[in-house]
Write a protein that binds this ligand. Structure first.
Ligand code: UTP
Length: 473
């Protein structure tokens, strides 16, 4: 290959010449494959990141003035706030009706903790029908489109490794009733995994060890893929962002969208009161008048445990990755194709080919992965609305195989919410001695998106017996 010497020179300049160590053993297609991947790397950027994030660690310096941020309550109490929320909800509904709102799910994560064989969105999660996460969201979006008589285009971020399987899953399931032309897939970017001495790892002799560039990678990927242009063409102004692992999420919430729009915000977030001071959620704070997330591991104990006179935590607002973003902010942050989000380092076990050409399966973290986080866009937004939500209504992610945030806890929480909605509609719900719902209840989003809608549509005379399976559609 005539350009091989140039590539070798470039690799040598950046201390990565080992990537071609097995080049001479490869056949022609393998050689082409390897060179293509090497050519895809922005070595100037990567070498800078290796210096700042791998050979040393970025200093996390806590800003001087960290304050608790203003938070809007989940349920307003005084008449003025009730009226303000009603007006914001109407604004949100109007924006949805006018086609100004899109949904965005980030589904490119590797899901290593769960260990499910396939994209996490294909995981069956519901209590009776075993619907997949993707189906739960699709039905919510279908119900939203029917309710407001408008299209809510759905942008689905995949990774290069799960893109094909994800698309096939949607096609095999007829897009769960959605119009395929309103479901748009785009793959996020990837970064090479790096040994702790700053070398790009080889996954195979002809293959670099790539990993997705974090959920924040959705911003540059929206731009690169043309999705942002597609939004502009459709007249979309607001993006309702959620993660693939939380089936309780309200994919498109008129109140949240309305509050965000009325505030002229660039990016907003839903907030949960933390269960305990060190709960593993990012902490919303205000720094220099802008909302910022400080990771739980970076929040010093004196702030994490600080309490007010009434005993409540000063920094009590946990981040659950439910956002509204204005399209203008995404345009601004990715102008010219670059992305203004910083990278973070996570140390993981990454299998690799060693200098002898042998495959190594590490037992301990051996590599740094570099990822962008979506919440880093918050301080870049001039205004942000933080809206409190209720854990039982909107947050129960599936992250782990067992224990907390597993399929078991998520099922329990889905059934508990269904029980609450039914009880508030006047249905008697059987409970066990611990007060848990003693039946498997599933409410289709196509029947009801919230408790009020359920109450209005419930079949008369519904009774539920202990141990019964109940599917309401
Ligand atoms: P997590 O932080 O839970 O990561 O992602 P993960 O990769 O899914 O799971 P683990 O850590 O390997 O077990 C939170 C959300 O962000 C998405 C995930 O798909 C999930 O919806 N995500 C994460 C991406 O879309 N891309 C990424 O690069 C990382």
């Amino acid at each position: 290959m005539s350009f091989l010497p140039a590539i070798r020179k470039r690799l040598a300049e950046h201390g990565q010449e080992h990537l071609l160590a097995f080049y001479d053993q490869l056949d022609a297609p393998q050689k082409a494959r390897l060179l293509e991947q090497v050519a895809a790397i922005d070595f100037e950027q990567l070498s800078g990141l290796i210096r700042s994030h791998v050979l040393s660690r970025p200093q996390v310096r806590l800003p001087e003035h960290v304050l608790p941020p203003p938070i809007r309550p989940a349920r307003p109490s005084d008449p003025a706030s009730v009226a303000a929320y009603d007006s914001a909800r109407r604004r949100g509904e109007e924006l949805i009706s006018r086609g100004k709102v899109a949904a965005l799910v980030v589904a490119g994560g590797a899901g290593t903790r769960l260990g499910f064989d396939g994209p996490k969105g294909c995981l069956p999660v519901t209590a009776v029908k075993g619907k997949s996460l993707f189906q739960v969201f699709a039905e919510q979006l279908l119900a939203t489109q029917r309710r407001y008589g408008a299209v809510v285009p759905w942008y689905v971020m995949t990774s290069l490794s799960n893109d094909q399987t994800t698309r096939r899953f949607f096609a095999e399931n007829d897009f769960f009733g959605l119009d395929p032309s309103d479901v748009l897939f785009f793959a996020q970017g990837q970064m090479p995994a790096l040994s702790f001495d700053g070398k790009v790892l080889l996954a195979e002799k002809d293959q670099l060890a790539w990993s997705p560039d974090g959920h924040g990678g959705c911003l540059p990927a929206l731009r690169r893929s043309g999705a942002l242009e597609d939004m502009a063409r459709r007249g979309v102004e607001y993006i309702s962002y959620f993660q693939v692992d939380n089936p309780l999420v309200r994919c498109v919430d008129p109140l949240f969208i309305g509050l965000h729009a009325e505030a002229g915000a660039g990016m907003s977030a839903k907030v949960l009161p933390k269960r305990q001071p060190k709960e593993k959620l990012g902490n919303f704070c205000t720094v220099d008048g802008r909302v910022t997330v400080i990771e739980y591991s970076d929040l010093p104990d004196e702030l994490a445990f600080a309490t007010r006179d009434d005993g409540t935590l000063v920094f009590n607002a946990g981040s659950i990755a439910i956002h509204v973003l204005s399209r203008w902010l995404v345009e601004e942050l990715t102008a010219g194709g670059a992305c203004r989000l910083p990278f973070h380092r996570a140390d993981k076990e990454v299998p690799y080919i060693d200098a002898n050409g042998d495959r190594v399966q590490p037992e301990e973290p051996n590599a740094a992965k570099l990822e962008m986080f979506i919440f880093d866009a918050l301080p870049m937004s001039r205004e942000s609305v933080l809206l409190q939500t209720l854990r039982g209504e909107e947050f129960s992610p599936v992250k782990n195989q067992q224990g907390e945030d597993s399929l078991v806890t998520c099922l329990r929480d889905q059934i508990a919410r269904a029980g609450l909605w039914l009880a508030s509609a006047g249905v008697s719900v059987p409970r066990d001695a611990q007060g848990q719902v003693a039946a498997a209840i599933e409410i289709s989003p196509l029947l009801a998106l919230d408790a009020e809608e359920l109450a209005a549509k419930l079949p008369p005379g519904l009774t539920i017996k202990p141990g019964q399976e109940v599917y309401l559609e």
